[in-house]
Design a protein. Structure first.
Length: 273
């Protein structure tokens, strides 16, 4: 189960998340279909909401499940969202679903990450793409996918449109921090933003009409061009599950698709999951 720190007043939580979402009391009251007066009383401590109302407000504010338990405790309720390890038998169906998605995406690369971009699992197509990583320690222990991508001794020297891809990843991280307020991610952003950008990394990838930012990766087989999608569980009630994401990379052109199939046929590779 999640370890909960001592609760702050409930009003502090609500005001903090309203500020993050740039919502006034009136905005939230209208969104939650309650009166602004009642919401004001809840924030000031003059009224205590029911558990159902509190969860309703948290849903309207888009509060991550991890942060809803402290809000419940602040209002005098027991936490309701469990946080289990991914190898917990209860999460076996979810883990099987992730593994099926990763395997089914082959011969194209796909990987699963947690809320801090730590690698959870990957399919076999990811392995050959990491052959050019100079600092192998980046792949020891808990592998951070963003660090591996942007580190000067990681994939960075092999990403043809590095500046463009770097900006894309940092923008995503900015958005994630704004949505979650995660301090670990704030430190990660500071670290990644401090990595040097090669002077030659000014090329932009092909224009996909503004619908996607490609990643162009130089490999011994040739330059591979990818666009990516992110998949999350739709209705999780477990903290760990709510924070998992599958990043799937699709070939952005026919040549990349051909090379990936050729690499897969070159020999059996074991999944990293």
């Amino acid at each position: 189960m999640t370890t909960i720190s001592p609760a702050r007043p409930l009003g502090d939580f609500l005001r903090e998340w309203r500020r993050r979402r740039r919502m006034s009391q009136l905005d939230l009251a209208l969104e939650a279909d309650i009166s602004q007066r009642h919401l004001s009383f809840v924030e000031s401590g003059r009224a205590v909401p029911s558990r159902e109302m509190l969860l309703h407000l948290a849903e309207r504010l888009g509060v991550p499940l991890r942060e809803r338990n402290p809000m419940l405790i602040a209002a005098g309720f027991a936490p309701v969202f469990a946080e289990r390890k991914l190898d917990d038998p209860v999460l076996a169906p979810a883990r099987q679903a992730i593994d099926m998605v990763l395997r089914g995406h082959g011969p194209f690369p796909a990987l699963a990450v947690d809320r801090h971009w730590t690698l959870v699992a990957a399919n076999a197509a990811v392995t050959p793409l990491l052959a050019g990583v100079a600092d192998r320690s980046l792949m020891d222990g808990a592998v951070n996918v963003l660090r591996l991508s942007l580190h000067p001794h990681g994939l960075a020297p092999h990403i043809v449109n590095f500046a463009e891809w770097r900006n894309h990843l940092l923008d995503r991280l900015h958005q994630q921090i704004a949505a979650t307020g995660d301090r670990v991610l704030e430190k990660l952003l500071e670290e990644l933003a401090g990595y040097p950008v090669p002077e030659t990394a000014i090329r932009s990838g092909p224009d996909y009409a503004g619908i996607a930012v490609p990643m162009e990766l130089r490999t011994p087989a040739g330059v591979l061009s990818f666009i990516s999608t992110t998949t999350v569980f739709g209705t999780p009630v477990d903290v760990t599950l709510s924070e998992l994401a599958v990043e799937s990379f699709f070939p952005a052109n026919n040549e990349t698709a051909r090379l990936l199939r050729q690499m897969a046929e070159a020999g059996p590779l074991k999944d990293e999951s």
